[in-house]
Structures are given as structure tokens and as C-alpha cells.
Design a protein. Structure first.
Length: 309
């Protein structure tokens, strides 16, 4: 009798588990279909298109690796656009991290109205991209812009920001500080996750604010810094909207960033196959840089509680 009861209970449990599994897969089906149709499908299609010549109007024509040969050997705008993007990444991402960390340190204090200050710092990052671009075009206007007005008020020389090729990329880097809100919030969460007893123990030993920042804050923030660095590099290699709206890649291709060049080939020159080749090359570059950063991160990123030899 006991054996029959045990077998029956196991059968009911297995039947219940099967029903739960079926229900789970039914609920997951829309997400899985969306992933396959709108994510995996276009990725596979772009990989196939990278081996074809297609102008959107006529049937695709198989060209093999000729798109890759053109990209690597003949197209002079590929290294130029990649240089512009690397320049923006190399100088812009560290500056954004420093500015975001500085803002997070200021907003981590316990003063009256701190929530209002945090909101004020974050609001620019949720402003529509087109509105941001138009605003900064007005700010960098050589004749009536606020940037030159402030410089002239301080007795400093004025500049032709977005019109002068050597200054165009630095202007975009300065403008990128406008959107440090998400990075700042992540830093703020990391700062609030640092245990207070570490600072209390350091103060008992006579450590000041600078030593606390160097020996406690920075080591405990290294996972957050690493995360923001990875996301910042990936995002900087995909800069497009501001360059498209503000300069169109000019002056003299000084702001022809890589994603803007991909867009030109796809939707202006109607070279979808070649644009897919450029996109896959960008994917490989980002993947390589991410792998290098993960490898280097093992040497300087500290995770609380991990064993160190």
C-alpha cells in the first residue's frame, strides 16, 4: 500500500512539473520568437549580405569576399572613420568616467535637497537626442553661441568649434559629458554599496579623505569602474546621432565616425552588402577590445570576498 502511494505521489509530481514546464514555455514563446525574428534573423541576414552586392532595388548578387577586400585594401574612408572613432573613444570615455565619478561623489553626500540635485544631474541624459544635438549646435555657434560668449567674457580667445576640423572632435567629446547621467547613477550605487565600517576603521587609524579615496573608495569601486568602462567603450564605437544631425561627418570628414560611414553606405549609397561588411568588422573590433579589457581587468578589478593568493 505504501509503495502504491509513493508511486502515485511521484507520478502526480512529475505531471505537475510537466504542466509547469509547458506553461513556462508558453509564456516564454513571445520572447523567444522576438529574439529569433528581430535579433538572430537580422544578424544572420547581415552575415549573408556581407558576401553580396545589393542596392535594395535589384536582386542581391553574390560577390564573395570582394567587399572585405575593398574595405581592407581600397576604401580610404574606413581607416579615417575608424581613427575618428578611436580618437573619440580614447579621449572621451576616460573623461566621461572621471566626470561621472566626480558627480557621483558630490551627490553621495547627505545634504538637504540631495534628491533634487541628483535629478538635475540626470535629466540631461534623458533629453531626446535630436533636442540635445540642436542645443549643442546653438552652444557651439561661432558667432552667437554660449561657449564663445563665456570665453570672451573671461578674456579668452574664441573658437570656430564645429567648423574647424581640429576642434570638431574635441567639441563632440565635451558634448558627451552632457550625458553622463546613467554612468553617474551606477557610480552612485557603487559608492553606496561600500561598507561604512571600512571608513570608520580607517579614520581610527588616522587616515584622511585622500587616503580613504585612494585605498578604500577606488579599490571597492573597481568592479563598477570596469563595468562603466566596458559599456562606455562599446557605446563610443557606436556614436552616430550627434554627428549625423550636427555636422553630417564634416568639416573635412573630421567627424565622420564609423557608424555614420556605415549609414552612408547603407542608406545614401544603397550599398547594403558593403554596409553589412563594415558592420561585421565593427563587431569584431568591439569584441576584440572587450576581450582585451576582460583580460586586463583580472589584474586590477577587485571583487569583495574573493580569495587572493
Amino acid at each position: 500500500m505504501k509503495l502504491k502511494t509513493s508511486v502515485g505521489s511521484k507520478s502526480r509530481r512529475s505531471g505537475l512539473m510537466r504542466k509547469e514546464a509547458v506553461a513556462a514555455y508558453l509564456f516564454l514563446t513571445p520572447c523567444i520568437l522576438g529574439l529569433l525574428i528581430f535579433e538572430a534573423g537580422p544578424v544572420i541576414a547581415s552575415a549573408v549580405l556581407s558576401l553580396m552586392d545589393w542596392d535594395l532595388l535589384s536582386p542581391p548578387k553574390w560577390v564573395g569576399l570582394s567587399n572585405f577586400r575593398e574595405m581592407l585594401l581600397r576604401d580610404k574612408l574606413v581607416p579615417l572613420s575608424m581613427f575618428n572613432t578611436v580618437y573619440y573613444t580614447f579621449f572621451g570615455v576616460p573623461l566621461q568616467l572621471v566626470a561621472a565619478l566626480g558627480a557621483a561623489l558630490l551627490l553621495n553626500s547627505r545634504v538637504r535637497g540631495i534628491r533634487l540635485y541628483r535629478t538635475a544631474f540626470y535629466v540631461p541624459s534623458v533629453t531626446p537626442a535630436v533636442a540635445n544635438a540642436i542645443l549643442w549646435v546653438l552652444i557651439f555657434n561661432p558667432e552667437s553661441g554660449i561657449a564663445n560668449y563665456v570665453l570672451s567674457s573671461l578674456g579668452l580667445p574664441t573658437y570656430r568649434w564645429l567648423v574647424d576640423p581640429p576642434l570638431a572632435k574635441p567639441a563632440f567629446i565635451l558634448m558627451s559629458l552632457w550625458g553622463i547621467g546613467p554612468t553617474m547613477v551606477i557610480f552612485l550605487a557603487g559608492l553606496q554599496g561600500i561598507p561604512e565600517y571600512l571608513y570608520e576603521a580607517a579614520s581610527i587609524d588616522g587616515a584622511g579623505a585622500l587616503r580613504n579615496f585612494r585605498h578604500i573608495t577606488i579599490p571597492m569601486l573597481t568592479p563598477t569602474i570596469f563595468f562603466n568602462l566596458i559599456i562606455g567603450v562599446i557605446g563610443s564605437f557606436q556614436v552616430f546621432t550627434n554627428a549625423y544631425i550636427m555636422t553630417g561627418g564634416g568639416p573635412a570628414n573630421a567627424t565622420l565616425f564609423y557608424m555614420l560611414y556605415v549609414y552612408r553606405n547603407a542608406f545614401q549609397y544603397l550599398r547594403m552588402g558593403y554596409a553589412s561588411t563594415l558592420a561585421w568588422f565593427l563587431f569584431l573590433v568591439i569584441a576584440l577590445l572587450t576581450a582585451v579589457q576582460f583580460g586586463a581587468g583580472r589584474r586590477w578589478v577587485y571583487y569583495e570576498g574573493e580569495l587572493r593568493s
